[in-house]
Design a protein around this ligand. Structure first.
Ligand code: MF3
Ligand code: CO
Ligand code: CO
Length: 248
């Protein structure tokens, strides 16, 4: 499928979908603390999405069994909600996509639960910084490969490794559209254009970059058991830069 350029009307619908998603994050964030289970976070998120008129489109996506991806510590992405309680020292990644008026929004954030070691804190902070570094080069006319190169340089400079098995993507009426947006340098001819809507989503590890798929066939985990962090925004490319659609 070719890369699509969104019209002003479509971008407005993307904005609305992303605004709904941000409100759901705001609601969920309040209850993310020690003692809560990832299933309870999923339940609240699912309820809020529906209350605001959206569709929790992870549910049944390729058979995924929940509305929100909640991944703890060494779980990189696609963690399945369950009755484990969050505890002091954990990090929690929440990845959320909603559908509203036929348009998708996608964003992920990593939360620190209570107190964590300095290493883990800087993993989380630097993964967020890596997303913003990647964003900083975005504007019409820039080669897409510069995003990955910029994230890669920043991650490696800070001693973090990059999960390469999963990448960012275009987004619109489908959750995943062309082009791929890798978090590392790749050769590609894609040039960013005004009106492209894409998701940038670095997944960085404190230890080695290797990951494996859990027996549940969904959850991606670090091979060495070390923690991983993930931040993601949906953005629209503009003439002079970009607009983040999924909040701060
Ligand atoms: N939100 C994920 C992404 O950033 C996709 C999750 S797919 C699901 O691309 F099935 F796990 F929900
Ligand atoms: Co996502
Ligand atoms: Co995504």
């Amino acid at each position: 499928m070719a890369v699509t350029i969104k019209s002003a009307h479509e971008i407005e619908l993307m904005r609305e979908s992303c605004r709904l998603l941000s409100l759901v994050f705001d609601g969920m964030e309040k209850m993310i603390k020690p003692g809560i289970t990832t299933a309870e976070i999923n339940q609240l998120g699912d309820r809020l999405i529906r209350e605001y008129g959206g569709i929790p489109n992870f549910l049944n996506y390729d058979g995924y069994p929940a509305s929100i991806c909640v991944s703890v510590n060494d779980e990189v992405v696609h963690g399945i909600p369950d009755n484990r309680k969050l505890k002091n020292g954990d990090i929690l990644k929440v990845d959320l996509t909603v559908r509203f008026k036929g348009y998708e929004s996608d964003s992920a954030r990593t939360y620190i639960i209570g107190n964590v070691s300095d290493d883990v804190r800087s993993l989380v902070e630097n993964t967020k910084n890596a997303l913003y570094k990647g964003l900083s080069v975005v504007k019409a006319g820039t080669p897409l490969s510069l995003i990955g190169k910029t994230i890669e340089d920043y991650a490696h400079k800070n001693g973090l490794s990059i999960v390469e098995e999963l990448v960012g993507h275009g987004i619109g009426t489908s959750m995943h559209e062309d082009p791929d947006v890798p978090n590392f340098y790749t050769k590609t001819n894609v040039i960013l254009k005004e009106g492209m809507t894409i998701c940038i989503e670095p997944m960085l590890n404190l230890g080695k970059r290797s990951v494996y798929l859990d027996d549940n066939d969904w959850t991606v985990k670090t091979e060495d058991g070390m923690p991983s962090a993930h931040f993601e925004h949906t953005i629209v490319v503009t003439k002079d830069g970009y607009e983040i659609l999924t909040g701060e």
